[in-house]
Design a protein around this ligand. Structure first.
Ligand code: GNR
Ligand code: NI
Length: 173
């Protein structure tokens, strides 16, 4: 297991569309375990492979209080069970320091493969529904800032670009 680097907006690699996983093998499980470690280290409740520059359809989530319930979803598909929009303040490890209200369907069914490659199905509401939709967006190259106004998005982009310039300058000093 190892800590992976999380890409940050507006990195164009966050816009790539992830390809379906063909085989759930030890090499894939190794990446999934590193993703779980990286998610806990960054204090996130979810992480999509796209965010660590792996362009495969898989994600990890842990919405438990005590980081005791890591969930793995490979090739996830969602079906909306209740389209009634639920607004939730969202953040993203790829957009550090910014939080915005996003509305999404409040209840979904998730079909996916588990870490053994076995299909499973589960229903999600509340923060799990929010998070799984946020993560699947990542696999499609979409970010929560795409749901806010262009003006807000541009402001966030400028601030993060400035931060990245400062980080680069510090690193080379
Ligand atoms: O850690 C995270 N918290 C969060 C809060 C509200 C809505 C979505 C999220 S996901 C985010 C981690 C992340 O960026 N996953 O892609
Ligand atoms: Ni995110």
């Amino acid at each position: 297991m190892s800590l992976l680097t999380i890409l940050e907006f507006p990195d164009p690699r966050l816009r790539r569309k992830a390809a379906p996983v063909e085989q759930v093998d030890d090499a894939l499980r190794e990446i999934l375990d590193s993703m779980i470690e990286t998610m806990y280290h960054a204090k996130g409740i979810g992480l999509a492979a796209t965010q660590v520059n792996v362009h495969k359809r898989m994600l990890v989530i842990d919405v438990s209080e005590d980081s005791s319930d890591p969930m793995v979803f490979v090739n996830p598909e969602i079906t909306v069970l209740d389209p009634e929009p639920l607004g939730h303040e969202e953040g993203c490890l790829s957009v550090p320091g910014f939080y915005e209200m996003v509305s999404r369907p409040r209840k979904v069914r998730i079909n996916a493969l588990d870490r053994r490659g076995e299909p499973f199905e589960t229903e999600a509401e509340g923060i799990l529904a929010v998070c799984v939709q946020h993560e699947i967006d990542h696999l499609d190259g979409k970010l929560f800032v795409d749901y806010v106004s262009a003006l807000k998005r541009e402001r966030i982009k400028s601030k993060l670009e400035k931060e990245h310039r400062l980080q680069k300058a510090e690193a080379s000093a």
